[in-house]
Design a protein around this ligand. Structure first.
Ligand code: NAD
Length: 349
């Protein structure tokens, strides 16, 4: 099979009994594509260079891909992460070897935006409280009037970040008839305008929103971006939702604000430490709804992530620039363009 385009999947895509880790990830369009050979690597904490020496593209789940994972053969063209995080990939090392690192924003956009909507509706509808009231029988029913929900029409939905997920959240929330505001230093003004989102400074998001959502990446500049001072700007009736990354929020400060009921509540899919310590005081709060960094996990989410990786890998095979490239500077290098031209001439454009 010297002429095939060889795609490796990291070993953790199969459970020890050989069944797929994510059954919704459909490998068939790749496996059945003429000229493609799919192989599963032996599992391990880090990809070894010899495992990928005769591989064209690697689809990577959890193992590390470090500088030492890059084979001397220089055949490997791309590392495609299954998801959008890529802290397990040494991107600089890949860039130095003119290899593309690909992620799958197309796969997570809708599922995470839907997860934020889930939090918005559950928090403002007091869903969990009303669930508890119902379970406590007549006594619970008698307390119904003490737990009014919050109507959303005319209220302000704010976002820290209006990228892939932030924009989709506003898109999905359009029928709710809310006002939309966002802060994003790199916002695409045309996207904001099209969605009816007013771009404002960061403090305004906290001061004016009835629901503050976090949709920016975790970077040195955004670590503890949501701190005691910013939380102090929020209205006592406002809700805080984080589905981005835990360390963007100073969780001790958030815990205090929630304990003192200085905001109405929170929906948290992510925490500073995951899983959290069992004695973490935030877990005792009744004004927070949690999810274990998995609220967006659905059949369609993993199908979409897998489909995005498959599409990227097949694009490369046919000499097309893939979507979702993290180290975009690679795409204009002579080495990368030579690779693509070589694939196009072997497998057809
Ligand atoms: N909970 C989950 O399962 C899950 C799944 C996927 C993604 N995420 C997280 O969701 C977040 C958003 O992902 P995305 O795909 O929309 O990313 P994205 O890169 O498309 O968008 C992020 C936006 O944040 C903006 N930004 C950067 N610095 C900022 C700052 N200081 N203040 C405000 N905005 C800033 C960027 O300009 C960009 O527009 C990320 O943190 C990602 O890790 C979570």
């Amino acid at each position: 099979m010297a002429d095939s385009f060889r795609v490796a999947l990291s070993g953790d895509f199969r459970k020890p009994d050989g069944t797929p880790t994510f059954p919704d990830f459909d490998v068939a369009p790749l496996r059945d594509h003429a000229g493609v050979e799919v192989v599963f690597l032996e599992p391990g904490p880090e990809i070894k260079a010899e495992q990928v020496a005769d591989i064209d593209a690697l689809i990577l789940l959890v193992p590390r891909f470090s500088a030492a994972s890059i084979p001397a053969s220089s055949r490997l063209a791309a590392v495609a992460r299954f998801g959008v995080g890529y802290d397990n990939v040494d991107v600089a090392a890949c860039t130095a070897k003119e290899m593309a690192v690909v992620i799958t924003p197309d796969g997570v956009r809708r599922p995470v935006a839907a997860a934020i909507l889930t939090f918005i509706l559950a928090l403002t509808g007091k869903l969990f409280t009303k669930d508890r009231l119902t379970r406590s029988g007549p006594e619970g029913f008698a307390k119904r009037t003490d737990h009014m929900g919050v109507g959303l029409v005319g209220k302000t939905l704010g976002s820290v970040g209006i990228g892939n997920i932030g924009a989709e959240m506003f898109r999905l929330a359009r029928p709710l008839d809310m006002k939309f505001i966002a802060h994003d230093p790199f916002a695409d003004a045309a996207v904001a305008k099209e969605l009816g989102v007013k771009l404002v400074d960061l403090d305004t998001v906290f001061r004016e929103s009835d629901i503050v959502t976090v949709n920016c990446p975790l970077m040195p500049e955004t670590r503890h971006l949501v701190d005691a001072d910013r939380l102090a700007l929020m209205k006592p009736t406002a809700y805080f939702i984080n589905t981005a990354r835990g360390p963007i929020v100073d969780q001790k400060a958030l815990t205090r604000v929630l304990q003192e009921r200085r905001i109405a509540g929170a929906g948290l899919d992510v925490l500073e430490k995951e899983p959290p310590d069992e004695e973490d005081p935030i877990l005792r709060l009744d004004n927070v709804i949690f999810a274990p960094h998995a609220l967006c996990w659905t059949d369609q989410c993993f199908a979409g992530i897998g489909a995005a990786d498959v599409r990227a890998v097949l694009d490369i095979m046919h000499g097309r620039q893939p979507r979702g490239v993290v180290n975009r500077e690679v795409l204009s290098t002579a080495g990368w363009q030579r690779r693509l031209a070589g694939y196009a001439s072997r497998f057809g454009a």
